[in-house]
Design a binder for this molecule. Structure first.
Ligand code: MLT
Length: 265
């Protein structure tokens, strides 16, 4: 289905019943990364799974897409679906940055947090320079140039070497992202604030999920977040890289089931 937000069409899935979980994908991806969760979790929760602006089947508009803007899009999705009860946010990587922005702006609308393959810090000076380089690369070579250079790092070396169908789906998702979406994300991520100081004030149950072989964001980031967020749980999934939810869907979904049980005993 689609919802219209400020004249922009956002595509989304709305499946299952129970406590709402809003799944927020990363860069340069789409809601299709969450297919294994739509398959495996619709019996325990209501799964709201949008394509962010510029991604998947949502409209592409010029950026920058600040993390606050993407968080506001997510809130507008919930409002369009008449969801008024607090929701669980599950953000992967850039989706985690959006999750921090949402929680900062609308803490009363959040029942729990799932932080997957993400980090709380802002970009280092070198990271910011790399955003500019990636933007140049995208302008010159288009989305496929970005997809090609990122593909080997999105999965664990094992999945990349042994699972050609998974590699192909990740490739298709990435190269299907619009140029506006890629540039909008890059500029938005480059200017995002440091969410680390706010971690100690997080007042909802939080699950940190990370792949032990993540080549883009090291597991040490997940351990640091677990240490800083009061009462946070951490699960490190073996044989999983950055897209741990696609590489280890059963383990990922099991962790979410346990989290939901803990949230709603
Ligand atoms: C993502 O997967 O969303 C990105 O790798 C995050 C980033 O580039 O910081």
């Amino acid at each position: 289905m689609h919802v219209q937000i400020d004249g922009i069409n956002l595509a989304l899935e709305d499946r299952g019943a129970g406590i709402p979980i809003l799944f927020i994908h990363g860069y340069p991806l789409s809601r299709r990364i969450w297919d294994p969760q739509i398959e495996g979790l619709a019996d325990v929760a209501r799964l709201i799974v949008p394509d962010l602006r510029g991604h998947g089947e949502s409209d592409a508009v010029p950026g920058p897409y600040s993390m606050d803007m993407l968080a506001d899009d997510c809130l507008a999705v919930l409002e369009a679906l008449d969801i008024t009860t607090p929701v669980v946010l599950c953000g992967l990587s850039m989706g985690g940055y959006v999750t921090f922005a949402f929680y900062r702006k609308y803490p009363e609308k959040v029942a729990g947090l799932i932080l997957a393959a993400t980090r709380s810090g802002e970009d280092s000076p070198e990271g910011k320079a790399n955003r500019d380089k990636a933007a140049d690369q995208a302008r010159k070579g288009g989305p496929s140039a970005i997809a090609e250079s990122m593909l080997p790092k999105m999965l664990s070396p094992k999945s990349y070497g042994e699972r050609p169908e998974l590699v192909q789906s990740v490739w298709e998702i990435m190269q299907g992202t619009s140029l506006d979406g890629i540039l909008g994300d890059l500029m938005g991520m480059k200017s995002r604030p440091d969410s680390t100081p706010g971690l100690r004030n997080i007042g909802v149950l939080t699950l940190v999920l990370h792949g032990s072989d993540d080549q883009l964001i090291p597991p040490s980031e997940a351990m640091a977040m677990r240490g800083a967020i009061p009462g946070a749980r951490l699960k490190l999934l073996p044989d999983a890289g950055h897209l741990l939810n696609m590489e280890q869907p059963q383990r990922f979904n099991k962790a979410i089931r346990e989290f939901i049980r803990e949230l709603q005993p």
